[in-house]
Write a protein that binds this ligand. Structure first.
Ligand code: ADP
Ligand code: MG
Length: 242
């Protein structure tokens, strides 16, 4: 069953057509990789799914219900969580408070004590428990990226949208991050995974989509997509970190 179904999604910013009739599906417990050259519309598609942007036309269905025009809050309550390319933590809060807020102000409306308890459990899952009481501003980039994932997980999502969560990390940190993303599938969560490093996406994704200039360019297994002459041509110019 499709958890997410985007049909002919178009997004215009004035004269700029960021997405031009993009179709995109995600199944249960599936990791779908989303790649494409810079400016191809990846982040815009994620924003249209999460609701921070509204599609100009086309439709988006989540678990069988149309959400094309739903507010971001309604989509979050329905089970869609996202991370941002540039992490957006609550800077004056501690690490565990950042996660606890999702429990206190999200679907569950837990007390502060209960929220902190649950927050600590999520930090354990992403390996940040030792940093629970630190100020977020003291975290390294790597730790902030993992905190982004923890904050998304705290919403107990059915679908998690990851936008370049491993960008800027060293190889061992990135490997840790990839193991964490792989483990989401085992929890039954579906993942849309955007990463500049196409090889990283290929190694994790059950299926991949390639966007180019706001349009669907290719879709299929990592092997199929990476061997596609149209994909290779789109990446010529050295944008791909292969
Ligand atoms: P990607 O994530 O694949 O690098 P984006 O989705 O960020 O690409 O951008 C797709 C296109 O839409 C680009 O041409 C970009 O300049 C344009 N774009 C994205 N967001 C906005 C915006 N808020 N206003 C105007 N143009 C935008
Ligand atoms: Mg982007």
């Amino acid at each position: 069953m499709n958890v997410l179904e985007c049909t002919e999604v178009t997004k215009r910013f004035g004269g700029v057509v960021a997405l031009d009739g993009v179709s995109f599906t995600v199944q249960e417990a599936e990791i779908v990789g989303l790649v494409g050259p810079n400016g191809s519309g990846k982040t815009t598609l994620l924003s249209c799914i999460a609701g921070s942007l509204r599609a100009t036309s086309g439709s988006i269905d989540f678990r069988g219900a149309e959400i094309t025009r739903a507010t971001p809050n309604r989509r979050a309550r329905a089970g869609i969580a996202r991370t941002f390319q540039v992490p957006k933590p609550l800077g004056s809060f501690t690490v565990v408070e950042n996660v606890a807020t999702a429990f206190m102000f999200g679907r569950d409306k837990l007390s502060r004590i209960e929220g902190l308890k649950r927050g600590l459990r999520v930090l354990q899952e992403v390996g940040l428990q030792a940093h629970a009481d630190r100020e977020v501003s003291a975290l390294t980039l790597h730790e902030r990226k993992f905190l982004e994932i923890a904050r998304a997980l705290a919403l107990d999502p059915q679908l998690i949208l990851l936008d370049e969560v491993l960008g800027g990390l060293n190889p061992s940190e990135a490997a840790e991050g990839m193991a964490l993303i792989g483990s989401l599938r085992e929890r039954g969560v579906s993942v849309v995974y955007i990463e500049h490093n196409v090889q990283a996406v290929a190694s994790l994704a059950d299926r991949m989509y390639v966007l180019n200039q706001g349009r669907n360019l290719a879709e299929g297994s990592a092997q199929e997509v990476l061997a596609d002459p149209a994909v290779i041509a789109a990446y010529l110019g050295g944008d791909v970190d292969a």
